[in-house]
Design a protein around this ligand. Structure first.
Ligand SMILES: C[C@@]1(CC(=O)O)C2=NC(=C\c3[nH]c(c(CCC(=O)O)c3CC(=O)O)Cc3[nH]c(c(CC(=O)O)c3CCC(=O)O)/C=C3\N/C(=C\2)[C@@H](CCC(=O)O)[C@]3(C)CC(=O)O)/[C@H]1CCC(=O)O
Ligand SMILES: NC(=O)c1ccc[n+]([C@@H]2O[C@H](COP(=O)([O-])OP(=O)(O)OC[C@H]3O[C@@H](n4cnc5c(N)ncnc54)[C@H](O)[C@@H]3O)[C@@H](O)[C@H]2O)c1
Length: 188
């Protein structure tokens, strides 16, 4: 049973720390910025890949700190993603986060994660997050590609129309709900 509870997090209102500046750091920073381009993110690592520097140059919310991790970088952080090539460092960051009740993702080490990243399908305002419960990230990626292909670009127009209708509807809560359910029946 997949007991993970999906939520959509406002990363542009939170402080995120990424520890590690290699391929994993790049992958996770890319995932964060693809969804929340203005998110304040600090990335700390003694070596930082050139692609990460390019991303940081294009995203003013990103701060790069070229030093080894120490726990002072957890001050005022809400969310941490760690993926260094030193397992002892990864474990230490996880323990430091637990002590401070900060949610942490240890990339590639599911038992140490408080949350997983998901594959994300985007069509305008519609966003679908895919989890395989950690069973196969590759399946999640492929399924994202299938859904991206399947969903029409016109979906945004549908959402915009529904927003307009939603704002114009009068009556009590139940009446509005009934009307919106009636209008969207065609989707079933
Ligand atoms: C969805 C996505 C989001 C993202 O990272 O942004 C994501 N992994 C992605 C890709 C990917 N990751 C890996 C491969 C190589 C092929 C393969 O192993 O399948 C590929 C494929 C590729 O890159 O093509 C390696 C890998 N990943 C994990 C392990 C450890 C293990 O399984 O034990 C290992 C083995 C490491 C090793 O061998 O040492 C673990 C996790 N990876 C997760 C998320 C979480 C579960 C998500 C779920 O429930 O499915 C979880 C549990 C934790 C986490 O990292 O958050 C992103 C696709 C984005 C997209 O394109 O849509
Ligand atoms: N790259 C992948 O797709 C992938 C896939 C599966 C598993 N992994 C595993 O994930 C780990 C990281 O992979 P990678 O490809 O990003 O490695 P990498 O060698 O490209 O980068 C490692 C990063 O960790 C940083 N680092 C090391 N010690 C640190 C410290 N004390 N504080 C802060 N940062 C520190 C380094 O400076 C570097 O930026 C490895 O153990 C690897 O085996 C990677």
């Amino acid at each position: 049973m997949n007991t993970l509870f999906p939520i959509f997090v406002k990363l542009d209102q939170l402080q995120t720390l990424i520890v590690g500046g290699g391929y994993v750091g790049l992958e996770k920073l890319t995932a964060v910025l693809a969804n929340s381009p203005a998110a304040p993110v600090t990335l700390v690592a003694p070596e930082i890949r050139a692609e990460i520097r390019e991303l940081a140059a294009a995203h003013p919310g990103v701060t790069l700190v070229q030093v080894r991790y120490d726990d002072t970088y957890l001050t005022d952080k809400d969310l941490v993603i760690v993926g260094t090539n030193d397992k002892a460092v990864n474990r230490q960051v996880q323990a430091d986060c637990k002590a401070r009740k900060i949610l942490v993702n240890v990339a590639d080490t599911p038992p140490l994660c408080d949350f997983y990243l998901s594959s994300v399908v985007k069509k305008g305002d519609l966003k679908i997050a895919i989890s395989t419960n950690g069973k196969s990230p590759t399946f999640a990626k492929r399924f994202r590609e299938v859904l991206e292909e399947m969903l029409p670009d016109s979906l945004q127009e549908t959402l915009d129309n529904l927003t307009a209708i939603r704002q114009q509807l009068t009556g009590d809560f139940q009446a509005k709900m009934d009307r919106l359910n009636e209008i969207t029946k065609v989707l079933k």
